[in-house]
Design a protein around this ligand. Structure first.
Ligand SMILES: Cc1ncc(COP(=O)(O)O)c(C=O)c1O
Length: 438
């Protein structure tokens, strides 16, 4: 294993990275355990973001590492097209149990982006299977992030992810985002104002007619755009309207799934039932790429009523990869044995108090929290949006804490196994950084 600096960094075209800036001043991680990374110089870096929201059980979790090691020696690859392997079926059953059997079936992908595109295709094909082939429109939301596939960026609402890529999918419309700094700043949990924004779906239905709309997709808590928590009652209202108009509701739970709000899914937290749910990240504790679409029984039934043959012409070479299944099975065991959700629930208050203690520090204009998530919004430097938070990110790395920034918002989402001492270290260092930031 190479733990030293690479000879050259030129060839790797890095994703979502300012490549020139990074390569001039790289940040290189070489190992990880529990709550900490180690960088190439041997410094410990506290993980305030669970990697990219994807390591709920902490790094190098021994049980997951062992399961991956065992499976790679036993079954390195097996197709799941017209054949299968036991772990894929076992995992599907366990995942359904993890949802309390509120979902009936699961379709495997390799990432959140693929899960999103899969769910959108399922929604279109579902309506067609039921004789409503005219339902082809997809409704997303401004500031939404649904990965980087063409389906995901089409329903997504982050301008930078869309601008370079032309017209994208036709027939897509967007709900307004729910962020309201004036009315909702410094809210703990769900904001009071903005419930009525769900009614914008009525306007969209009036414009296009319900008979043309297949699905609405939203993140229950928008993450990548900078932690936008839904206003009280908003998601329930969206559910009501979708049901009224025969529109499927898709929750993109790629970051909220597997405990981020100290419940199995955000659907549990908000007590709202989507028809389809996309997941990834925490599903395998980030160890091996895997995504999954959870489907309600009635969606699956519509496909199984079709004439004999392949019911859904869709899938990936690595759908249900044995090593990913082994990692996911071990992750579920760790969730149960270590009561990860119970531990997370026990940390929420301490976490929330610590985040909100940053109120009043220089540049801070809003703090939003829910579960073990926090968004800290900074005032932008005039004419240079994003540069202030990016400077905070670089300083934090140098000071031994990993934070994530999007625009001028710091987004925090630690491994769910964190303890009070980690919260103290994270916010102690962050306070110093904010106090000294230009
Ligand atoms: C809500 C949501 N959907 C989809 C994705 C895309 O997942 P991936 O990067 O695994 O393709 C992300 C990634 O952060 C996400 O936050």
């Amino acid at each position: 294993m190479n733990l030293s600096r690479p000879d050259s960094m030129a060839s790797f075209w890095m994703p979502f990275t300012n490549n020139r800036d990074f390569k001039a001043n790289p940040r290189l991680l070489v190992s990880a355990e529990g709550m900490y990374y180690k960088d190439v110089d041997g410094n410990s870096i506290l993980d305030g973001t669970a990697g990219l929201w994807c390591v709920p059980c902490g790094h190098a979790q021994p049980r997951i590492v062992a399961a991956v090691r065992e499976m790679v020696g036993q079954l390195d690859f097996a197709p799941t097209f017209q054949m299968g392997h036991p772990a894929a079926f076992e995992l599907a059953d366990r995942l359904m149990a993890y949802t309390n059997h509120r979902f009936g079936h699961v379709f495997y992908t390799n990432s959140g982006s693929e899960a999103v595109d899969t769910a959108l295709k399922m929604a279109l094909a579902y309506h067609r299977a039921r004789g409503e082939a005219g339902r082809t429109r997809l409704i997303g939301r401004e500031r939404g992030y649904h990965g980087v596939g063409f389906g995901g960026i089409s329903v997504g609402g982050i301008a930078g992810n869309r601008k370079p890529y032309g017209v994208m999918l036709p027939g897509v419309d967007h709900l307004p985002h729910t962020h309201n700094l004036e009315k909702n700043a410094y809210t703990r949990g769900e904001p009071e104002h903005g419930f009525e924004l769900a009614d914008e779906l009525e306007r969209i239905v009036t414009l296009h007619d319900a008979s043309t709309i297949a699905a609405v997709i939203v993140e229950p808590v928008a993450g990548s755009t900078g932690v936008l928590v839904p206003p009280k009652g908003y998601l329930k209202r969206l559910r009501e309207l979708c049901t009224r108009h025969g529109i499927l509701l898709i929750f993109d739970e790629v970051i909220t799934g597997f405990g981020r709000l100290a419940t199995p899914f955000a659907a549990d937290y908000f007590d709202v039932e989507p028809d389809l749910m996309t997941t990834a990240k925490g599903l395998t504790n980030g160890t091996i790429p895997m995504g999954a679409v959870f489907s309600k029984q009635h969606i699956h039934d519509a496909f199984m009523d079709a004439p004999p043959g392949i019911e859904l012409f869709h899938g990936y070479t690595y759908s249900g990869h044995p090593i990913a299944c082994a990692a996911a099975l071990a992750t579920l065991e760790v969730f149960k044995e270590q009561d990860i959700l119970g531990h997370a629930a026990g940390m929420v208050e301490y976490w929330t108090d610590a985040v909100h203690s940053l109120k009043g520090l220089p540049h801070v204009i809003d703090i939003r929290t829910i579960g073990l998530v926090a968004g800290i919004e900074l005032a932008p430097i005039a004419g240079k949006p994003g540069t202030r938070a990016f400077a905070a990110f670089k300083q934090a790395f140098a000071d031994g804490v990993l934070i994530r920034v999007t625009g001028d918002i710091i987004a925090l989402s630690p491994p769910l196994v964190l303890e009070k001492k980690h919260v103290d270290e994270l916010f102690g260092k962050l306070a110093t950084i904010l106090n000294n930031l230009d």
